[in-house]
Write a protein that binds this ligand. Sequence first.
Ligand code: PLP
Length: 443
Amino acid sequence: MDHFLYRDGQLGSENGPVSLSAQDVGTPVYIYSKATLLTHYQRIADAFAPLNPLLCYSIKSCGNVNLVRLLVNAGSGMDVTSGGELYRALKAGCDPQKIFFAGVGKTDKEITEALTASRGGEFQHSAFSIQNSSGIGWFNIESEEEFWNLDKIAGKLGKTPNAALRVNPDIENKSQTHAKTFTGKKETKFGVDIDRAAAFYRAAAKAQHARLNALHLHIGSPIKITAPYVDAITKGLALIDELAADGILINTLDIGGGFAAFYEGTEAPSAADYAAAIVPLLQSRAAAGLKIILEPGRSISANAGILLSTVQYTKQGGAKKFIIADAAMNDLIRPTLYESYHFIWPAAAATPPNRTSTLRTDNDEKVDVVGPICESGDYLAKDRYLPPTHRGDLLAIFSAGAYGMAMASNYNARPRAAEVLVDGDSYTLIRKRETYEDLLRGE
Ligand SMILES: Cc1ncc(COP(=O)(O)O)c(C=O)c1O
């Protein structure tokens, strides 16, 4: 699952105790394990190898350029959703042709940047460099207006971009994915309904510059069972066949992201389980030339990071005991935003028997782990059983690599946490802790 393991009563990250980076860098701090990140990437790459797919890591899940560079070097493309994410991907050395740009509200500026992106060259501005820039691999199209806007801007720049229509396959939320992160139904702001997709493709076939030759499906995240993928892909393939009968060729199918990560230990299908359900649906199509793209985010990054925090105070509130940590909802918003579960355990402790929400151990105490922010929604865990915990203890919040730092904010004027990357027995500061000066920059 990850390389955050207890040895001799101390939590380690790969070969060193996490307390070392906490001593040097302070808390709260995100600590990432290089080996965990790359192992999770490689498991997906290996499991789906029969499709020879392009993996476009979903940079929104965890976008530190130093981590992204590791994945680029391992062969990954990038799924980006803003000009800023595109910039990160290019800065990390990603080949623009391996970049897939999703998002319902791309601005003209972002579209221009993506059309003129070139390897290592970021965004091009002179007429010569615009002409010679490759631009990104695919634009995800989420509305008619967006498609025709892309066509217009591409025409002005002399470009012929590939585009994928994001289609909502209108499937049931069988996997109990949180309502805020399930996108497979018709009634979503993303993409277009499957009922009107064919008409959309037919109209787009008349475009002079943009080529709507790909189909994109992303049904939500995390999807903890494989059945919704099977439903969505089956509907997507039927659409591709219907279009082929009309002479409209779809040469690329992007099946999105959403593979689950391990928050409790064993609740997610493995990469091999997802592949066992999906590869048979697509193998003959891939062999016949259909390019397959996947956009995994959390299944690569979630288990690769922990958030380390120091207990500031403990106190009793009625029947309840509160552990007040120095990490808060501004550092990790998932518990309060999505009611997400993150296993929490002291960094100096015996190995926890497992990481489930029902874990009980001798002498444990029922506590809420909260942060110092002025919101009652500022919590990291509620009604959780922890070993006796005291002021000054280090607490590890596990499986925090995805949508942790990426969603961090400065709420309550809190400088954002530092980030550290562990590789074997050495570690590097890959993002400085913000300062008070950083908070006021630009004001
Ligand atoms: C279009 C798209 N692709 C991929 C992802 C990545 O999802 P996950 O991190 O669950 O794999 C998301 C997440 O929101 C998304 O919106």
